[in-house]
Design a protein. Sequence first.
Lengths: 127, 150
Amino acid sequence: MWYQGSCHCGAVKFEVEAPETIACEECNCSICAKFGYLHLIVPASRFRLLQGESSLTEYTFNTGTAKHLFCKVCGVKAFYVPRSNPDGYDVNVRCLDPPPATLVIEPFDGRNWELHGDKLAHKSKEP
Amino acid sequence: MVIFGSCHCGNIGFALDWKSQPAEISARACTCTFCTKHGGVWTSCPTGSLAIAVKDPSRTSRYAFGTMTADFHICTHCGVVPVVTSTIDDRLYAVVNVNAFENVDESLLKRSSSTLEGEETADRLARRKRNWIAEVRFVQSLSPLNPGIG
């Protein structure tokens, strides 16, 4: 099914295709912890930015691979391009309107990225 | 205990002096529309004191909505919101984001969710006066308080 999503002020709107029950990762790395980010990583074909490209700003650090995008107005990080899957999108389940009926949250040890990063690589591949 | 916290890039930092050693620190995941999307988890110590330091004010913004009585301090460089302030009767009150903490062990946190929807504005402000940090000041630098910061 296609979920609608947005930042808080409404400048950024997107849609993403995902199952009714969403399994997501909660990562403990330095940046994800600050947002309590809940990761839904999808192939590029399952994500559409509907509006607000000009309202997004980009933050990078460390390897610079991940493009951390957030709304200039309200600061909400609704989606970004993740280091694990630079060919896909990583949607913040917190920003889905309405939230999924069932949400399964798995911890992800991103603090030890070198040990675990490749476990997510399949998520952006087209089936 | 002095709790240090910051956004990811370090532009907005804070030092919360709890004035004593807390047995536990309440960590309230607010269910409002903003905090749900921002992952905001807040705490405060009404008898503590808070110092906030901003390195580059041009890379910050304040966001308000709803009753427009609280300012969410956003780092516009990295997007993180470490602090919320509210001015009530000419006094600045604040809560800090537990997710921005740098030196607190998870075992000290008592996590809960907090739903304040429907609260009248007067009740909201009265609750903040009771529960939020009542001694809040902006400082040039936190380094005098935290020798670990260069």
